[in-house]
Design a protein around this ligand. Structure first.
Ligand code: N01
Length: 546
């Protein structure tokens, strides 16, 4: 439903939810179920969040589908049947539309509406939220479900406006088919998106040139269709699956090994890695306990994957160019279908743009410092301004008119309490905000935990007749410190990646994700609530702080 100009209208609601992806849909469902007047605002023309926009060729989830869904409703779980181990984007989008229909959510979602600002008014303890087309909404609770990786990073390359061909970013892919037949295509970026798109585009294009800055480790997904029996078994095990993934470290049922990679002999280790390689998916990352914590342990798996690259890629020079040197897993661990094999195709070439950087986009294509490449289409698989990008797109202001962007010093001083709340912004809740475990696992599990915690908190406020809740500055500082200390115990902070903000020009560096795992994080959040929301203050209806 396109919105119309509504400049003078103020809608009054109990809660406003931003986004209609996995987070927004479930939050809306729970708030409405609890009897709160609620509306979700969504910039896209339909539900799905990142799965609405990430329509690029080959887009697929890298968590196994029977776990990559909601588990709050047994009925929903049993009504939906996934078709393959790793779901394709169109199937995930169909699933989210199915959820929206089943729970009749669409009637409370305003599509094609971007939120411009959200300002907290201390005298009334309410948020005033404004849309880009001038509508104002006054709400008690302001809840962001904007996604951790939803603001596209289109590098500021000289000359893009002059390019005569078409160009696309993977995260804003058109919904109509982009036809690469007979075209000379260039793709920039070899992260999760590039690694998925490259093999598919290569099959269609006349020629594909991959502009690679950092080579990537990726392991075979070994995707396959599910049998009816397998799906049936998952449905029968619904309660067990739900319990296991909710208590797990990464929202998946496979428990990570408790062995060090250095405890095994090279022969045993090789066998362990070979088996994980054969199994596909994330198995290799979980094969030893210390792969992300110990440099020598990490080198064992990194070297194994490099040896596989040399086995698969026929041209030794290309294989060498494709071989990464950073610590495996410290950029997002990728799973693929025929990624390295694609470089054996005669219509694919690899350009190392670390060695010869891109100088400019010309009318005809891309010019690097040592060559010019004529192209009909350029695909930017250049990622996202993660964690804070989508929050900063809105002008969010808390007490004393302080903006979130200023409080967090444009990203260099992000601090939250539990990744859900931040001091000075009462009644604002972030679903999978910075300093929550979010992207380091199977997202729907993280999302459900946050939504349920927020819902319980709101119920608590209503039951105790409290106007607002606010994170305390000292609790927040302690949480942020804890997050940094945990991250520093891992290898994550030793690699430049979007996790550390290093992919965005001028963005401050810092690892803004809780690495302690979903299960322990859930326990901590539950404990905080059980202790009467320890670390938070309450504002009474009479506007006193208790
Ligand atoms: O983005 P990325 P993504 N010149 O930031 C390169 C999730 N996701 O969209 O590594 C040249 O990982 C950049 O190079 P470098 C998942 O969490 C999940 O692929 O910075 N190159 C890199 O190669 C993932 O982690 C799924 O040196 C430039 C690439 O672009 C996150 O989204 C699928 C450049 C960006 O990689 C982001 O993944 C897709 C420049 N100026 C995404 N700027 C699944 O579930 C950037 N690059 C499967």
């Amino acid at each position: 439903m396109p919105s119309t100009k509504k400049e003078n209208q103020v809608t009054t609601l109990d809660a406003v939810v931003i986004g209609a992806g996995f987070s927004g849909l479930y939050m809306l469902y729970r708030l409405r179920e609890a009897g709160l007047s609620t509306r979700a605002y969504e910039a896209a023309g339909g539900v799905g969040g990142v799965w609405y926009w990430n329509h690029y060729p080959g887009a697929r989830c890298d968590s196994e589908s029977i776990y990559y869904n909601y588990t709050f409703s047994e009925e929903l779980y049993k009504e939906w049947s996934w078709t393959s181990r790793y779901p394709e984007q169109p199937e995930i989008l169909r699933y989210l539309n199915f959820v929206a229909d089943k729970f009749d959510l669409r009637k409370d979602i305003q599509f094609q509406t971007r939120i411009k600002s959200a300002h907290y008014d201390e005298s009334s303890n309410r948020w005033m939220i404004r849309t880009e087309d001038g509508e104002s909404i006054s709400a008690t609770y302001f809840i962001t479900g904007v996604g951790c990786i939803s603001t596209a990073n289109i590098p500021n390359m000289k000359g893009l406006d002059n390019f005569k061909g078409d160009w696309y970013h993977t995260g804003h892919w058109p919904h109509e088919k982009v036809d690469f037949t007979g075209k000379r295509v260039g793709i920039i970026g070899t992260g999760s998106s590039g690694v998925q798109a490259i093999p598919v585009i290569a099959k269609e294009a006349a020629h594909l040139t991959v502009f690679q800055r950092t080579p990537q480790y990726t392991v075979p997904a070994r995707n396959h269709p599910y049998t009816k029996e397998y799906i049936q078994q998952a449905k029968e095990n619904f309660h067990e699956i739900k319990k296991t993934i909710r208590a797990s470290l990464a929202g998946l049922p496979t428990p990570p090994s408790d062995r060090s990679a250095l405890e095994d002999s090279p022969e045993v280790r090789q066998q362990v890695f070979e088996e994980a390689w054969k199994e596909g998916g994330p198995a290799i990352l979980f094969s030893y306990a210390d792969l992300l914590a110990n440099e020598d342990a990490n080198e064992t798996v990194s070297a194994f994957i490099r040896s596989k690259i040399h086995e698969i890629v026929e041209d030794p020079e290309t294989a060498e160019k494709l071989s990464p040197t950073y610590y495996y897993g410290t950029k997002r661990a990728i799973i693929d279908t025929d990624y390295f094999e694609t470089y054996n195709r005669p219509n694919v070439s690899l350009v190392d743009v670390k060695k010869a950087p891109i100088q400019e986009i010309t009318a005809q294509g891309i010019r690097t410092t040592d060559a010019e490449y004529d192209l009909d289409v350029i695909v930017f698989a250049t990622g996202y301004d993660g964690m804070t990008g989508s929050l900063f797109k809105m002008d969010i202001r808390g007490k004393d008119d302080v903006s979130l962007k200023d409080k967090w010093e444009n990203g260099s001083a992000v601090s939250t309490y539990l990744g859900i709340a931040t001091a000075g912004f009462p009644n604002m809740f972030m679903i999978t905000g910075p300093e929550s475990p979010s992207v380091l696992g199977n997202m729907p599990v993280a999302i459900e935990q946050h939504v349920e915690w927020v819902m319980d908190c709101i119920q608590y406020l209503r039951k105790h007749d409290m106007a607002a809740i606010e994170a305390n500055a000292d609790a927040e500082q302690a949480w942020s410190k804890h997050c940094r200390e945990l991250a520093d115990m891992t290898l994550y902070t030793k690699t430049e990646s979007w996790y550390t903000g290093a992919n965005i020009e001028g963005k401050a560096r810092g690892f803004q994700i809780y690495v302690g795992g979903y299960g322990p994080y859930r326990d901590r959040c539950t404990e905080v609530a059980a202790k009467g929301y320890e670390g938070f203050s309450f504002i009474t209806a009479a506007n006193t702080v208790v």
